[in-house]
Design a protein around this ligand. Structure first.
Ligand code: BGC
Length: 738
């Protein structure tokens, strides 16, 4: 449809029909229609049936057949034949489940994330979905916060930017129907990841400079990549809830960044302006959200029941409604819905695409590249052929590998467990398995979302425990498959003690005490405090929640079919008390000095995390040397070339991720102690050596200065290169304006 036609359509719509476009409800409420009795959840929603007939979008409905039916029935009721938009959270895959985003981010491979996003979009579009509430690009630095699992960039804005761009590109691909693309919705704008104390939905109090330097870049990268939608965050920023934050939404997002797509509130976030203490009542909340620039109210009747009287009473201009509705119509038009309301929805395509061989093999590749090897004493891994293996622990044969979002969508069909992955490769007699205990004890279970059910507890727990110990005693090597429960992670799952569940820690202690070679595979959705465990065992492999192909991917690594290549995108703390702990922190006036009480630090713990950002081992070893800069002065129109020699000094081929960090020694405002600015993945044969070079540019030095200007300031800098954020070679340089 031509732009002009959209405007003509808008002119034909009544005020109430326009407002209906700005309302989003749950799919299960849609079918009730105007004739049915308005009781139950629909009654609670309390939206006038005539408005319901013209609602603009729904969330949480899926399936080609179902969505085609919803769209057709709706078309009969609605006034102008404007098709519905269907939106869903497809966080790490739709039917083929990929590793959780935090895990995918450990691949340091934007191309891989883009490919995974493309596969997810193809599957979801065949089921009739149009918009994905993804990617979440909040910078996350506190392992206590359950939602860290959803951010591929982890604690780093630079990785966050790369991934935001890649994932948006992967979902949208020009939005072409024929390619099975869908619109992306970047979230949660802004700063949601900085919730105080890692407590879900908690206060965010952050200076505008820090927000711009560290938290906004990934959202901006998504917008620059053409992301069609933005979701507001639940939190406040500088005292103003994001769904009423005119400054960040109108001045920054739309004004400075030129975003002209649709802004949707997070679920019920407009109504939540009231308990926040930022709106007096429903009408006040609707007014503030509209003025701030929220186009769609997700999940409530606040817009439905208040905007009309606000316009008629002269409290908000109708032009704001028109602008919002035009943006929504525009998105529907871009998706081709006016011409083709069912768009890609097709039962045949669902059968063809869902968990197709191509997607499964991509999921296996992504899962393998997401695993991070944190410890491997005496080269216990990879397991040698002929080794007698005891696979022990509640994750030995568990299908709970897909992460919270996928399980609430009813995911784990076809999930390959670790036991299955190993058994496909090993002769039966070389593997014995025993769970030992449940993932969680009854008293530890977290209230779950939606219809999710916990697995039934093991019967005869004492016997199971003993069986695990006996099985371990018979083996040459014990592989312990341990982990958090997926419901302990994700939304609404903050933890003050991010360690493995107590029973599993006890199991690990007793197994380790047997004196066998012990490898632990950890399934988790956040960096855990593994201090105790890492001291007790030989090898530690973080598998995260690896998705449908998890068991295959982890088996590939354990058996040496593949070398681990993952690098941490979030620091693993030594203790919860360190959180938030992240590599790109500021300096203090009293940097840590050993045995000096009056320097920054703890009396009972080091400052550094147990495993730092960027860290990850391989099955070979790499040596760094020969760091050199081609000159020591950078100017706006020149670059410095940094070269560093990386050598594979082990006996197997391997892939290394060479990382470049920069430190601005002194600025008009205090600068982080280092910031990732580039990286390169390089494959090296045993004994091979390569020179890796990076170009250092003025762009890499820019930040929001004391005068709130985004620029590079003249002065001294350090360029650092190495295998992770702690182990770096350093050279100094200077930046001059000319
Ligand atoms: C979450 C969003 C999600 C929305 C819709 C909210 O509770 O914060 O990330 O997209 O629900 O499911």
């Amino acid at each position: 449809m031509k732009e002009q036609k959209l405007k003509e359509l808008l002119e034909k719509m009544t005020l109430s029909e326009k407002i209906a476009q700005m309302v989003q409800i749950q799919g299960r409420l849609l079918n009730a229609g105007s004739e049915e009795a308005v009781t139950g959840p629909l009654g609670e929603l309390n939206i006038d049936p005539a408005m319901l007939d013209n609602i603009g979008s729904v969330l949480n409905a899926e399936g080609a057949e179902n969505l085609k039916r919803l769209q057709s029935e709706y078309a009969k009721r609605s006034a102008h034949g404007i098709p519905l938009l269907f939106m869903l959270d497809i966080i790490n895959g739709y039917k083929t489940i990929f590793p959780i985003p935090l895990a995918q981010g450990c691949s340091w491979s934007p191309e891989l994330l883009s490919a995974a996003a493309g596969a997810a979009a193809r599957e979801a579009a065949s089921s009739g979905l149009h918009v994905n509430f993804s990617p979440m690009v909040d910078v996350v630095r506190d392992a206590r916060w359950g939602r860290v699992m959803e951010t591929a960039g982890g604690e780093d804005p630079f990785l966050g930017e790369l991934y935001a761009e890649a994932v948006v590109r992967g979902y949208q691909r020009g939005l072409s129907d024929t390619e099975g693309a869908m619109a992306a919705c970047v979230k949660h704008f802004a700063g949601y990841g900085a919730a105080e104390a890692g407590r879900e939905y908690n206060t965010v109090d952050i200076t505008e400079r820090r927000l711009r330097n560290e938290y906004l870049p990934p959202y901006k990268a998504a917008v620059d990549a053409g992301c069609e939608m933005v979701m507001t965050a639940f939190n406040i920023v500088d005292g103003i809830p994001m769904s009423a934050n005119t400054h960040l939404m109108r001045d920054v997002l739309r004004g400075e960044w030129g975003f002209d797509g649709v802004v949707v509130s997070d679920y019920a976030a407009v109504r939540e302006l009231i308990p926040h203490g930022a709106a007096e009542n429903d009408a006040d909340a609707a007014k503030k959200a509209l003025l701030a620039g929220v186009d769609i109210d997700m999940g409530t009747n606040i817009y439905a029941n208040n905007l009309e009287s606000l316009v008629l009473g002269g409290e908000v201009p109708e032009s704001l409604i028109d602008e919002a509705v035009l943006r929504i119509l525009h998105l529907k038009n871009k998706l081709g819905l006016f011409e083709s309301p069912f768009r890609g929805a097709s039962e045949e395509q669902e059968l063809k695409l869902h968990r197709c061989v191509e997607h499964l093999s991509l999921a296996r590749e992504t899962a393998a590249r997401s695993c991070v090897l944190l410890k491997n004493d005496a080269g216990v891994l990879p397991l040698k052929p002929g080794t007698k293996i005891a696979l022990i622990g509640p994750y030995a044969n568990s299908e709970l590998l897909c992460g919270m979002w996928s399980h609430v969508l009813g995911a784990p069909q076809g999930t390959v467990t670790l036991e299955r992955g190993l058994l496909e490769r090993l002769p039966d007699e070389s593997l014995s398995s025993a769970p030992g205990c449940d993932i969680l004890e009854e008293c530890e279970q977290v209230p779950s979302a939606f219809q999710y059910k916990y697995p039934a507890p093991l019967s005869k727990p004492e016997e199971q425990w003993q069986k695990a110990l006996d099985t371990a005693k018979q083996a040459d090597v014990v592989v312990l498959a341990l982990g958090e429960h997926c419901m302990q992670t994700g939304e609404g799952a903050s933890r003050t003690d991010p360690r493995l569940p107590q029973k599993q820690r006890k199991l690990a202690r007793e197994i380790a005490a047997l004196g066998k070679k012990t490898v632990v595979v950890v399934f988790c959705g956040r960096p855990l405090d593994l201090s105790e465990l890492s001291a007790e065992v030989d090898s530690l492999l973080i598998a995260w929640f690896p998705g449908t192909e998890g068991g295959h991917a982890v088996a590939d690594i354990l058996l040496g079919e593949r070398s681990p290549v993952g690098r941490l995108n979030m620091s693993f703390p030594r203790a919860a008390g360190q959180c938030p702990v992240y590599y790109n922190h500021y300096s203090t006036g009293r940097p840590r000095q050993e045995k000096n009480r009056f320097t920054t630090g703890y009396s009972d713990c080091e400052n550094e995390p147990l495993y730092p950002f960027g860290f990850g081992l391989s099955y070979t070893n790499f040596k760094y040397g020969g760091l050199i800069l081609d000159k020591n002065v950078l100017t706006p129109n020149s670059t410095i070339t940094l070269r560093v020699v990386v050598e594979n000094v082990g006996e197997r081929p391997g892939e290394e991720t060479v990382q470049l960090y920069i430190r601005d020694i002194c600025g008009s405002v205090v600068r982080p102690v280092k910031e990732l600015r580039a990286f390169e993945r390089v494959e090296l044969q045993a004994g091979e050596k390569k020179v890796i070079s990076f170009s250092i540019t003025e762009q890499m030095l820019k930040f929001w200065t004391a005068d709130m200007v985004f620029c590079a300031e003249p002065g001294r800098f350090e360029a650092m290169a190495g295998p992770n954020s702690e182990n770096l070679l350093i050279e100094a340089f200077e930046y001059r304006e000319e």
